[in-house]
Design a protein around this ligand. Structure first.
Ligand code: FAD
Length: 645
């Protein structure tokens, strides 16, 4: 074993996006010593890419908004599969978290009378997204970063050391959550990781670990996600004995760039539609009017004139169908392209140029204006954009206790943000992720701190040398890849994985294709054991990718297995062979766990793969929350038995 640096902390947060930073701030404010680990530079997490805004029912632009309406919208968006308690907490607590952010220095856009401005977004009944132009995530991270620095300055005054109670380990990757082996299942004892630049290994010992690692989009070929989204936290949780819930629900955002090929998948924010942009096919038709599903018929405009009036008089008109939840819009675009009514590069047209004056577009959508000009040489103030679906967000994730964000079944493990599952049900509403990060990031930090404090120094689980040695051996394997068979190139394996997931477990799914995907994944897993890299550990991206492959393969298997099992279409999961939503499936959560908790089984059962899938009953909604809906609406989602009860 090479020398491995060891440090001791109270709470370790893996991830420095919105969820991770909010968790770390909370743990530190509880007086505990908190370490934050992140793959990229501090301030560069995926959250900075968030554009449209944070959903919070502050009622600044429409006073009718309140937490009950936000709750209803979130449940409708998720097709009632959401963990109802998480949705309630989100709706109730998001405004406090946004105001708090403002007191920490966030500079939101304002209404004419000086309040935080809020914009329309798909599925939200009222203008609800607090925003900073179309660069909201950047402001969120800037503010949280500033708060971290302020806390570090406090510590410098008190202890003479900026990093006494809050330290960021940037450009470091965690490859294992460690546990002690005593007691059933064991408790979390820390994390093992490596510095990306030097390749040096380290262990951070801590009784509480918060996973805040974001999503999984890099397993798909066309995605809006950043390079960090290799499903690390999902895999770390599985390997530590936690469970992932409802991984079949992957959100394909309706509007990604489709041209030129080098930028395919990059996001075109929903704010474009929220602020008046319309979707047209190659015949010039606003086709979304043909795609309003039965469950939403009474809530969306039937004519273009009504839809257009809604922007200025929302109280007397219904919203345009371009603002349906994302799953509906993505499917509609997919259908138009398939029917031969797409744009020249395989998308449809999204137009703001005929809807707003050029200076308004430049003011409200500065990033979009810049993005299209720079990347596609399209001036969105004068011409339509070409857009199509792109893999954007994973609704599935670590199964957590709703109030505490504790991962079910693994004492000391917590999860918040995109890596956690349950909140968004089968489909997330735009803007609900940023509020999720703040609401559940704070809760994760709070309860991780309480857990660590209650455990006390004497009862801290220990990290064993054997566990460190095994984590180290696993990390070094690509340098001496297994003897049998030809060495494999990690980049080739990654490309094949992305292509398979895109083609076989993408926006529209069929059983034989998903079976084929599972077969290909088992072949890729075997080949990934022979993934080999040259050179040494100093900044070696091929090595990093070889290690990330373990995570992407595990997570992709969860997605494919759960997608094959759920024989209905709901939210982000569309089955060509089971096109309808089936009320009986609403009560079913699909839960994935590792079939065998050895790092890699000597012999893998090809039928079982590495993942075991179970059905689990979704908890029934609290009666007072059920009463927020009309019975006629509930009939569309709940079984007769539930309705009678
Ligand atoms: P992230 O911000 O992704 O942070 C993950 C952190 O984990 C990073 O620091 C990363 O380095 C670290 N990490 C990952 N793996 C490891 C590892 N193994 N070891 C150490 N560190 C690790 N949502 C909204 O609500 N509103 C919007 O307007 C909006 N716009 C979006 C626009 C775009 C283009 C995209 C792609 C998404 C958008 N979203 C939006 C979604 C939202 O941005 C994300 O869901 C959210 O930012 C995720 O935050 P997070 O804190 O969970 O993770």
């Amino acid at each position: 074993m090479t020398r491995v640096d060891r440090q001791s902390w109270d709470v370790v947060v893996v991830g420095a996006g919105g969820a991770g930073l909010r968790a770390a701030i909370e743990a530190r404010e509880q007086g505990l010593r908190c370490a934050v680990v992140c793959k990229s530079l501090f301030g560069k997490a995926h959250t900075v890419m968030a554009e449209g805004g944070i959903a919070a029912c502050m009622g600044n632009v429409n006073a009718h908004d309140n937490w009950q309406v936000h709750y209803r919208d979130t449940l409708r968006g998720g097709k009632f599969l959401n963990n109802w308690r998480m949705a309630e907490l989100l709706a109730r607590e998001a405004p406090q978290r946004v105001w708090e952010l403002e007191t920490w220095g966030a500079v939101f856009d304002r209404t004419p009378d000086g309040r935080i401005s809020q914009r329309n977004f798909g599925g939200h009944e009222y203008p609800r997204l607090a925003h900073v132009g179309d660069r909201t995530g950047l402001e969120l991270i800037r503010t949280l970063q500033q708060k971290v620095v302020a806390l570090q300055q406090e510590d410098r005054r008190e202890f003479g050391d900026y990093e006494a109670r809050l330290k960021v380990f940037q450009e470091c990757t965690v490859t294992r959550v460690l546990k002690n082996r005593s007691g059933p299942g064991g408790r979390v004892s820390g994390v093992f990781g490596y510095e990306r630049e030097s390749g040096r290994f380290f262990v951070l010992e801590a009784p509480a670990v918060v996973l805040a690692t974001g999503g999984i989009g890099k397993s798909f070929k066309v995605t809006s996600n950043s390079w960090e989204y290799t499903g690390d936290g999902h895999a770390l949780a599985l390997l530590a004995g936690a469970r992932l819930v409802n991984m079949e629900f992957v959100q394909f955002h309706p509007t990604g760039m489709v041209w030129p090929p080098s930028v395919k998948g990059i996001l075109v924010t929903e704010s474009v539609r929220g602020d008046g942009g319309v979707l047209r096919n190659s015949d010039g038709k606003r086709f979304m009017f043909d795609y309003v599903p039965e469950v939403f018929k009474d809530k969306y405009a039937e004519t273009e004139a009504e839809g257009d009036r809604w922007y200025t008089d929302p109280d007397h008109n219904r919203r345009p169908p371009e603002l349906l939840p994302r799953d509906e819009v993505a499917r509609a675009i997919n259908a138009e392209v398939k029917a031969g009514r797409g744009s020249p590069h395989g998308g449809v047209f999204l137009d703001v140029s005929t809807r707003m004056p050029a200076e308004v577009i430049r003011r409200k959508l500065p990033s979009m204006h810049h993005q299209f000009k720079e990347l596609a040489d399209v001036d969105i103030t004068a011409e339509a954009m070409e857009v199509g679906p792109t893999c954007h967000y994973v609704m599935g994730g670590v199964e957590v206790e709703p109030d505490t964000a504790a991962a079910v079944g693994v004492p000391g493990l917590f999860a918040a943000g995109e890596v956690a599952g349950g909140l968004h049900g089968s489909n997330r509403l735009g803007g609900n992720s940023l509020s999720d990060l703040l609401v559940f990031g704070r809760r994760a930090g709070l309860y991780a701190a309480r857990y660590a404090a209650e455990l006390g120094p004497a009862a801290r689980p220990e990290v064993s040398d054997a566990d460190i040695a095994s984590a180290e051996a696993e990390a070094l394997r690509p340098f001496g890849a297994e003897g049998t068979g030809a060495a494999e190139n990690p980049y080739t394996l990654h490309q094949e994985l992305q292509q398979s997931m895109n083609d076989l477990v993408g926006i529209i799914r069929r059983a034989p294709e998903m079976e084929e995907a599972l077969h290909r994944l088992s072949v890729l897993r075997a080949r990934a054991r022979r993934a080999a890299v040259e050179g040494h550990r100093q900044f070696n991206p091929g090595w990093h990718l070889a290690l990330d492959l373990r995570n992407m393969l595990l997570v992709s298997e969860c997605v494919a297995r759960a997608a094959l099992e759920r024989a209905e279409s709901r939210g982000g999961h569309t089955r060509d062979d089971h096109p309808g939503m089936d009320r009986r499936w609403r009560r079913v959560n699909l839960v994935c766990r590792l079939a065998d908790d050895s790092a890699e089984p000597a012999v893998e059962d090809p039928a079982l793969g590495r993942i075991r899938l179970e059905r689990q009953d979704a908890p029934p909604m609290r009666p007072d929350l059920l009463e927020l809906f009309e019975k006629d609406e509930l009939k569309k989602y709940l079984t007769d038995e539930e309705l009678t009860r």
